[in-house]
Design a binder for this molecule. Sequence first.
Ligand code: PLP
Length: 375
Amino acid sequence: MIGLVHIAGAVLRIDLGAIVANYHIIRKQAAGAEVAGVVKANAYGLGAPEVAAALAQAGCRHFFVAQLSEAVSLRHALDASGALSNATLYVLNGLQPGAESVAAEIGVTPVLNSLDQVDRWSAEAAACGRALPAALQVDSGMSRLGLPPAEVETLASAPERLNGIDLRVIMSHLACADDATAKANKAQTEAFEVLASRFPGVPRSLDNSGGSFLPRGHFNIVRPGIALYGGAPQAGSPNPMHPVVTLEARIVQVRDVPAGVGVGYGLSSVAGYARRIATIAVGYADGWPRHLSNCGSVFIGGHRAPIAGRVSMDSITIDVTEVPPALLYPGASVELLGPHQTIDDVASDAGTISYEILTQLGQRYAREYIPVAEG
Ligand SMILES: *Cc1c(COP(=O)(O)O)cnc(C)c1O
């Protein structure tokens, strides 16, 4: 087999040991709560089967995906290995009408977000002749998914609508968890406690990554995603998580560009001095945001090289005038993500969030997984 790492334009390394280390940091931080792994969107682009297997090995027993199709893929990838045999697999978006029998068959735990979903899951249980597990989401103030307070009341006063449903978790989601100063956090926490108290004895789950770092209790299960993958759980605070991804691209070509000569589509980059420009083998088709045109940076041997011109589909031009020439040759490695530039740095340059940088990472990279160290 051809070693893809040697011929790819860029190499994406995913450190599974760092993900597991982050899992342990969150366990300590949210002491008393079980820590689930949110592996939706292919584990934020990093590979759900690899990530889930590593987390399961570290003791994680609860996994969340967003869609039933993701649960089907993950089961397909991991059932043979038995990695998820003791784990509960939740589907955050719950059930589309008609999806109930597939969900029951593959043994997922849907997050029921509406009375309609409750009724359909209860009917499926009756049809199967056995109890089916579920989580119930209530809307504590984000107005996105879950039963609003009035419907919680309706359900709590007609508990027979839950017949056949083995209610494992009652949950809600925070709108402003990455901002510890936001008043909404306290309001949502209090609203959640009131709503959850209508289902006594059922384990509770409210916190995502940001919520897991709020200075209060964390209920029974926390549901971090981005913090496992190295993103900052709290915006504007030091990031306690280990970095997980590095991305290194290769230089394709180096050229000298005279003063006044434009670079790239639209000739949008022109300088009043003679420049050295290197072209690297990553573009927006690889998920490197086009918004970084003329504003992002990369690093070569620790030297910053600003992006000059527009990000193209398959390449980026960078100004390497200040980089030692010995580091500039075809095939040389350029850091896009790594010790000098985090996913949060790139997100901030691109006017987005680390979640989007990770989930857009492309399919053309040679992907390497650094395994969890033994012992
Ligand atoms: C995506 C998601 C999470 C994980 O959020 P992070 O901010 O990545 O930790 C948790 N709960 C729900 C309901 C989600 O949709």
